[in-house]
Design a protein around this ligand. Structure first.
Ligand code: FMN
Length: 148
């Protein structure tokens, strides 16, 4: 099982989260590569079972929230029929940017297996560890052996 985590970060919060998520995926038994969207290892990404793609929420803090810098994320290789788990970071609400991000992935023909929003600015919220664990479990659920 191989997971590629691809992130877009402006001020470092999404980058920090991507690396923390990588530790969680690794702990759950997956091989992990973590890359900024613009510096991916194409071979690793091509052979990964799961692509985890994350960006920050851009907008006017309350209006027009959307996944940031989709133009850069659009430079990824073809993700048609790939399993993708999407995450966004945010300060006010992740809802619209997660919705926009899911629509983007669906338009690209990807199979979205999990989505999650994380508030990372400032000290991590008390429960962000639990949020991360539930996102990782969701994303990995279809790769675990079926329950008898
Ligand atoms: C220009 C700009 C616009 C933003 N607009 C929103 C917004 O509309 N809604 C929201 O919840 N967060 C908004 N944010 C907050 C960021 O999404 C949040 O701080 C994110 O975690 C930043 O990630 P980074 O540290 O990787 O850059 C905005 C941040 C910036 C810089």
């Amino acid at each position: 099982m191989k997971t590629a985590i691809l992130y877009q970060s402006l001020r470092g919060g999404t980058k920090k989260l991507a690396h923390s998520l990588a530790e969680d995926f690794h702990r759950k038994g997956s091989a992990v590569g973590v890359y900024p969207i613009t510096e991916i290892d194409a071979q690793f990404v091509l052979t990964a079972d799961l692509l985890v793609i994350g960006t920050w929420t851009d907008g006017l803090f309350g209006l027009g929230a959307r996944p940031a810098q989709l133009n850069k994320i659009n430079t990824l290789p073809d993700i048609t029929h790939r399993n993708v788990a999407l995450f966004v970071t945010y300060e006010i609400s992740p809802d619209n940017s997660l919705k926009g991000f899911s629509e983007w992935a669906n338009r690209r023909g990807a199979s979205v297996v999990a989505t999650h929003g994380f508030k990372v600015r400032g000290p991590f919220r008390k429960d962000i560890g639990a949020d991360m664990a539930s996102f990782v479990d969701d994303a990995l659920s279809q790769f675990l052996p079926a329950q008898a």
